[in-house]
Design a protein around this ligand. Structure first.
Ligand code: IVH
Length: 675
């Protein structure tokens, strides 16, 4: 195989696996295997720059942050949809369509029903099958050019999978944030002290308008396509909408798979009813069903108004609300001392789950909505898992309790709560507050931090109240005997926990930095700091300016890190952790990629020009790879220098990937650069 052929084969293979992962949620290979394909392609492209192509999967993450967005006109206006809120309104829509077509209402007109994705619409231009432009809906006539950001949405193909691509085509669809990515994004925002997004749609809109496409890539945006627009005079590749959706899928575009052909409006009603009930089982937010006339020729007959087509409508799901009694308002003390109120409710069914708790945001919101203990309240499920209290339902004759007052003192430690003038959140500022300690320990032990299995809430409560543990460093002094003496702890679980705690001593640096719970430093920030400084020692010496120079670390984070490290109590904890043998540096300075070649076996053959064999072997081993003297099926790469020996023939016979010196150098340099 020539390099050009291998590059082409790799690009197809990578697109295939991207599609399995991002479009069908059904990966066939592991992340590590996928990364290996990507690295092989990157290395080959680095060695053959003339073969680099903007549609290559390596070219998704673009360049520097944009200054702003350019406005562009759409090929044809992007209309919006008329809404139907009831079954009667849905039937009225069918009657209007039937009248325009001169048939009886209720007859088999032929509709396609799709889920209405709660995201934002986007128009993607493909020229000769290549993605050249992506524009947001904007005001419908013109939107913002967000091409760089759309390119990092890996569900979207950079090249349509066809040998005969249309000259020019616009594919329209919806960009959205899956619920899991939304939860992650909000958790990160809260950790960073930024207000959370109210719903996935706002979060997706915020992400797509980020000026740095490298940040967008991390958000996990997805997309679904549902429309093809061709320039005036050109013909659509199908006569029915159902075929359009199939064509899009065949080109490798993500199409929401639950669409259905419905012969008549009765079938549409059944579809709506089904999804009204089952919408919560989907991994994304949907706010309704879009009903579209299937036959494209008939659409022309039915026509459009200036605002929306008459051949389609959006059946909106009712928001899921319930009424229940607000038993009382409690407050929760977080790790950073934030004291937030929440509602304890009489259990009620809502959207398929029993609800006993709901968010109340903050004191001001409670006052604004005049929510009082004992009230009957309306609760609503938004995109989030925990519902929120909308407000009370009170009638004139109800006798109500007094207005709710925020406690003046911390319910856990009794210290006076404080609230800076410009903030809405009250805080407990006592660093030894048992509630804060408990939360901090749980955070330290959590899966995305030190990952200490078995250290759950009940145990942490006991450890704190018994006085055995005050800081995370105390965990490393616990003995099996001490643990076994606690309630519900046998000698076996005690031994397991000690082993788990011991194992966490070698956790990567970013885990420790995340686990320390520095304000505004989430997992992403911790990784960035670990990557930049490589050791606690160097981080502790860093000035605010040096901290600010780290990619992804802004002013707020830099100040917060410095303040945290300067606090003597924190310095003491870090010293105690170090004394307990907790790892304080990354050999390769990057928690995630510090052994990127782990599991890879290399064989060297021939003479390398720019390095000795020893140097090449050292570089491989330093990155976690192995060097072997003979080629087998298990060999990952054969590095081929000048005048190679029989190993090259064997590698060719077995189909082992080959790297020339330049490609090998590129591979090594890329990993070293990430250290
Ligand atoms: S078709 C002229 N299909 O809903 C018809 N729209 O409320 C154009 N939307 O602006 C839209 N899922 O952003 C269509 N399966 C779907 C959709 C969908 C979500 C959005 C779209 C549109 C808005 C109208």
């Amino acid at each position: 195989m020539t390099p050009a052929e291998r590059i082409a084969a790799l690009r197809d293979l990578i697109r295939y696996h991207e599609e399995r992962y991002y479009v069908y949620d059904a990966p066939e290979i592991t992340d590590a295997e996928f990364d290996a394909l990507m690295r092989e392609l990157e290395a080959l492209e680095a060695a053959h720059p003339e073969l680099v192509d903007p549609s290559s999967p390596t070219q998704r993450v673009g360049g520097r942050p944009a200054e702003g967005f350019v406005t562009r006109r759409h090929l044809a206006p992007m209309l919006s949809l008329d809404n139907a809120y009831t079954v009667d309104e849905l039937r009225a829509f069918d009657e209007r369509v039937a009248r325009a077509l001169g048939v009886e209402p209720g007859s088999a007109i032929g509709y396609v029903a799709e889920l209405k994705i709660d995201g934002l619409s986007i128009a993607l231009t493909y020229e000769q099958g290549r993605l050249v432009r992506a524009v947001t809906r904007g005001d419908g006539v013109q939107g913002e050019d967000v091409t760089a950001n759309a390119r990092v949405i890996r569900a979207l193909p950079l090249r349509l999978r066809t040998d005969a691509p249309p000259e020019l085509i616009e594919i329209r669809g919806e960009v959205y944030l899956p619920l899991a990515a939304f939860a992650k994004m909000n958790a990160e925002r809260e950790e960073a002290g930024e207000p959370p997004f109210a719903n996935p749609r706002n979060a997706a809109a915020g992400a797509i308008r980020t000026l740095d496409s490298r940040l967008v890539a991390r958000r996990g945006l997805r997309a679904f396509c549902y429309q093809i627009v061709v320039p005036p005079g050109a013909t659509l590749p199908a006569e029915r909408h159902a075929r359009v959706l199939e064509q899009l899928a065949a080109w490798g575009c993500p199409v929401e798979p639950h669409w259905e052909f419905c012969a008549d409006i009765a079938a549409v009603e059944r579809y709506c009813e089904h999804w009204r009930e089952h919408r919560r089982s989907l991994p994304f937010d949907t706010d309704g069903v879009v009903v579209k006339l299937d036959a494209l020729a008939l659409r022309e007959k039915v026509g459009s108004t200036a605002k929306f087509p008459r051949w389609a409508t959006a059946f909106k799901f009712p928001t899921e609300q319930a009424v229940t009694r607000l038993i009382r308002i409690d407050v929760n003390v977080g790790r950073t001392g934030a004291v937030t109120p929440f509602a304890v409710l009489e259990p009620v069914q809502l959207g398929g789950t029993t609800i006993q708790m709901a968010t109340l945001h903050n004191e001001q919101e409670i006052a604004r909505r005049d929510i009082r203990e004992g009230d009957r309240v309306v609760i609503e499920k938004g995109g989030e898992i925990i519902p929120k209290v909308i407000g009370p339902v009170v009638s004139e004759q109800d006798t109500r309790g007094p207005a709710w007052r925020m406690p003046t003192h911390c319910p856990a430690c009794g210290s006076q709560l404080v609230r800076p003038d410009d903030e809405v959140i009250w805080r407990c500022e006592n660093v030894s507050c048992p509630a804060r300690i408990r939360r901090s320990l749980l955070h330290f032990a959590s899966r995305r931090a030190m990952n200490i299995e078995g250290l759950g809430e009940a145990l942490v409560d006991q450890l704190v109240s018994s006085g055995l543990v005050r800081t995370c460093a105390d965990l490393y002094r616990l003995t099996e005997e001490q643990l076994a003496s606690l309630d519900r702890m046998g000698p076996v679980s005690a031994a397991n926990l000690v082993r788990e705690i011991d194992r966490s001593r070698s956790a990567e640096l970013w885990r420790l930095l995340h686990g320390l719970g520095i304000r505004h430093v989430g997992e992403g920030g911790a990784r960035a700091l670990a990557r930049a400084f490589g050791s606690m020692e160097r981080l502790r010496r860093a000035s605010v300016d040096e901290l600010k120079a780290v990619p992804d670390v802004g002013d707020v984070v830099a100040e917060s890190v410095r303040t945290f490290l300067d606090e003597p109590a924190n310095a003491e904890v870090i010293d105690a952790l170090a004394a307990a043998g907790v790892r304080m540096e990354d050999e390769h300075q990057d928690g995630r990629l510090h052994q990127p070649l782990a599991g890879k076996t290399f064989v060297l053959t021939g003479t390398l020009e720019r390095m000795t064999r020893e140097q090449a072997s050292e570089a491989i081993v330093a990155l976690g790879g192995k060097v072997s003297s003979s080629v087998s099926r298990r060999t990952s790469y054969v590095v081929v220098g000048a005048e190679p020996g029989s190993k090259l023939d064997k590698a060719r016979a077995l189909g082992v990937p080959l790297l020339d010196e330049a490609a090998f150098e590129a591979l090594i340099m890329e990993h070293q650069a990430r250290e």
